[in-house]
Design a protein around this ligand. Structure first.
Ligand SMILES: NC(=O)c1ccc[n+]([C@@H]2O[C@H](COP(=O)([O-])OP(=O)(O)OC[C@H]3O[C@@H](n4cnc5c(N)ncnc54)[C@H](O)[C@@H]3O)[C@@H](O)[C@H]2O)c1
Length: 286
């Protein structure tokens, strides 16, 4: 393929549009900045509209094209409005990153139904709402596109103490992504799918409660859970932690290569291998 044809089929670059949810902070912010640095226009979508505007303004100051949109991804009507606003502003969308996510931190026996509801509303329904509103638009365009759903290494390891609801949603995000990839292929569309499974990344995910709706009440972590949470949070900036910018570059590389799995850290390789070999060993041989 010639360079000219390459650029016509790229989903990142000048004339292309990327929508990123949870883009006011952490991995989402780094994604928005990386898409912009690569020439795409970006929609910086987040529950925190003021922070989203700060991110968009800083991208514009560097010469990029960025639009901030306040959205609660757990609200289907608001996500539909995000899709419509994107089309009104840019006319098309080439990359969608369903990235917004939150977590509680407690043993499951100490998590309330409202803890479960909040985490499922954002992490699971946020992704479903994003797909529901954007996939029809992207299919109708008939052009190449790409969808990245942010899961977690928890989506592969599956059972992780203290983050039961979170892990359950991230397993679901992996599953939804695998199904979506199959169905878009059956469809014959040119829309690729990737699932991002990070381990420790230096973000504010451990302070998720800042975006928890007031009507769900405050989270009540036990003392033990709180001390484990602080230990894990500190590991995000330690030798095993990665920066959001490093993760964002991995995502852009995976989109360009149309690679499904984006695993950011080598650390959990052993635990993943143990889980899968245990599972395989449990299949009957006859
Ligand atoms: N940081 C890590 O180590 C790590 C590891 C695995 C997976 N992840 C995943 O990465 C994604 C990004 O998180 P992060 O680590 O950058 O955390 P972060 O807290 O720094 O950023 C999350 C962003 O999502 C936004 N958000 C929260 N609820 C929202 C809602 N209802 N609607 C719209 N936006 C909302 C927040 O305002 C925030 O800007 C999440 O899905 C998270 O589960 C992070």
């Amino acid at each position: 393929m010639s360079t000219e044809e390459d650029s016509m089929t790229d989903v990142i670059g000048a004339g292309k549009v990327a929508v990123v949810t949870g883009a006011a902070s952490g991995i989402g912010r780094a994604l928005a900045e990386a898409f912009s640095a690569a020439g795409s226009a970006v929609v910086v979508a987040d529950l925190d509209g003021a922070e989203a505007e700060i991110v968009a303004a800083s991208i514009r100051e560097r010469g990029g094209d960025a639009t901030a949109i306040q959205v609660d991804v757990s609200d289907a009507t608001a996500v539909e409005a995000l899709a419509q606003a994107t089309i009104e502003r840019y006319g098309h969308v080439d990359v969608l990153c369903n990235n917004a996510g939150v977590s509680t931190f407690n043993l499951m026996r100490d998590q309330t139904l409202d803890d479960w509801r909040w985490v499922f509303n954002v992490n699971l329904w946020g992704v479903v709402n994003g797909l529901q509103s954007f996939v029809p638009i992207m299919r109708a365009q008939g052009t190449r596109g790409h969808i990245v759903n942010t899961a977690s290494i928890a989506g592969i390891l599956s059972g992780i103490a203290f983050i039961g609801p979170y892990s359950a949603t991230k397993v679901a995000v992996v599953s939804i992504s695998e199904t979506l990839a199959q169905e878009l292929q059956i469809d014959g569309t040119q829309i690729g799918v990737s699932v991002l499974c990070p381990s420790s990344v230096d973000t504010k995910v451990m302070e998720s409660e800042r975006g928890r709706p007031a009507e769900l009440g405050a989270e009540h972590r036990t003392e033990m859970a709180e001390s484990v949470r602080l230990m894990i949070r500190d590991s995000f900036t330690g030798p095993t932690g990665k920066t959001p910018a490093t993760v964002a570059e991995m995502v852009l590389d995976a989109i360009r290569a149309n690679r499904f799995w984006i695993i950011t850290h080598p650390d959990e390789n052993g635990a993943s291998a143990a889980r899968f070999s245990n599972l395989l060993a449990s299949f009957p041989t006859v």
